[in-house]
Design a protein. Sequence first.
Length: 256
Amino acid sequence: MSLNGLGSAYLQMENIDDAEKIFTEAAPLYEKVLGKYHPDYGVVLFNLANVNTAKGNYLKAIEFLEKDLSIQNTAVGKIHINYAQALQAMASVYGIMGQFRKADELYTETSELYTKLYGKMHPDYAIFLNNYGMFLFNKGDIQKAEEKLNDAWGIQAAAFGEDHPDNISLLCNMANVQVQKDLYKEAEKNLFHAMKIAKTYYKKEDPQFSTVLNNLAVMYYELANYDKAEEYYKEALELRKNFYGEKHTEYAVTLN
């Protein structure tokens, strides 16, 4: 079936409204054709959860994820990537909602699943650690966040090398932690490294550029270098306006 693939493409392009329409259309079709306990039907519900998370409908997202987890547990069991991804998504939603204890429990459970599935040196485990690290950062546990992100970097660098495009997000997140620890030279080094990778692999209009620029602006603002901060904020703002439009949350965050 191609509806889920089309919806996923819209979701990756951050075309949330069209993604929601496709997944909403796909869900009853998948349930009817495949059955309500088929893992592919669960994946559609997982994608609907991602749509609702993007729209800020967190309780609705959790509802979809609970259904997906039940389906995946019945169809493929807990030691499966489908179950682990849904569990991680639920942890992320609870973290966004500020329910840190529940989120931490789910992240811990997800970590155990990923290590059983892949071991501790797999790139997918590194992606999980990157997400877990930013959850810890957002709840103020800077030391643990740094540990998770450093572990992720070790895996990513070993698997792909230091200049792989998948490293951009991780380098930015490591820099965020370093800014909080007043390690500005290290943060600047990581952000310029991220920018170098972005220039190698992406066009300037790509959101990867605005993400790095926004992080540079934050760092220079913390350093009270307001001229440089303003320069990077303006550049990030222009790129996000052109890519997302003026009514998107990413544009609003930079504008703020």
